[in-house]
Design a protein around this ligand. Structure first.
Ligand code: TMP
Length: 222
């Protein structure tokens, strides 16, 4: 059986990733390519516990190295439990965030640098790389405003506090944003950069076009 296809979505908080991943999953389902959809951190029972620890704003004083190591602990579990078995079974995997997030947030935002993250990736994830990464990069001000509004809404509706990252200052997010652009420039074959303040439909069209192209080259269309 041919190996499946691994597609990741990346971007800042409030970049519209969650909306787009749902639309892409529906688009794939209409083409009988029933995807496995997952996210990081989270997606497994252990990963959900790591996620709660990482995102809760009561987790104060977390050292950048701790944060980075927890992201990779979560990822190791997701690879073992979800991603690798699905790819071996020939399935299409859609993952909301992967190592590019660690490079952007911990490497860029927390200033640990790219090399450490890339070395950790090799140690923990081996040679697993996404076949395609869709990077959503609207302007920083739009992302920050949307992320704040969403967090207030989620906290009011569910009592869940996932605000720890949103409490960072703008300079942190500027470093994340710059690191994402750097990754896109370094790996143009893998990373499709979707920039500017586009509508939900416009972003979806660009995503669908990039995915369709990759499905053809990978021989996954019928
Ligand atoms: P989410 O809300 O898109 O699921 O992302 C959770 C938060 O975790 C988001 O602020 C980005 C952050 N994050 C990192 O800092 N490093 C990582 O490796 C991952 C996967 C997420």
């Amino acid at each position: 059986m041919p190996r499946g296809l691994f597609i990741t979505l990346e971007g800042l908080d409030g970049s519209g990733k969650t909306t787009q991943i749902k639309r892409l999953a529906a688009w794939l389902q209409r083409r009988s390519l029933d995807p496995i959809v997952t996210r990081q951190p989270g997606g497994t029972a252990t990963g959900d516990r790591i996620r709660a620890l990482l995102l809760d704003s009561r987790s104060t004083g977390l050292a950048p190295m701790t944060e980075m190591a927890l992201m990779f602990a979560d990822r190791a579990q997701a690879i073992a439990e979800i991603i690798e078995p699905a790819l071996v079974a020939g399935r299409l995997v859609l993952c909301d965030r992967f190592t590019d997030s660690t490079e952007a947030y911990q490497g860029g935002g927390r200033e640990l640098g790219s090399q450490l993250i890339l070395d950790m990736h090799r140690l923990i994830c081996g040679d697993l790389q996404p076949d395609l990464t869709l990077l959503l990069l609207p302007s920083l001000s739009i992302c920050l405003e949307r992320a704040r509004r969403r967090n207030v809404r989620v906290a009011a509706q569910t009592g869940k506090d996932e605000n720890r990252f949103e409490q960072e200052e703008e300079a942190f997010y500027q470093r994340v944003w710059r690191k994402y652009r750097e990754i896109a420039a370094r790996e143009p074959q893998r990373v499709v950069l979707i920039e500017g303040n586009l509508t939900i439909d416009e972003v979806h069209e660009q995503i669908a076009e990039a995915v369709a192209e990759r499905l053809i080259t990978a021989g996954h269309t019928h």
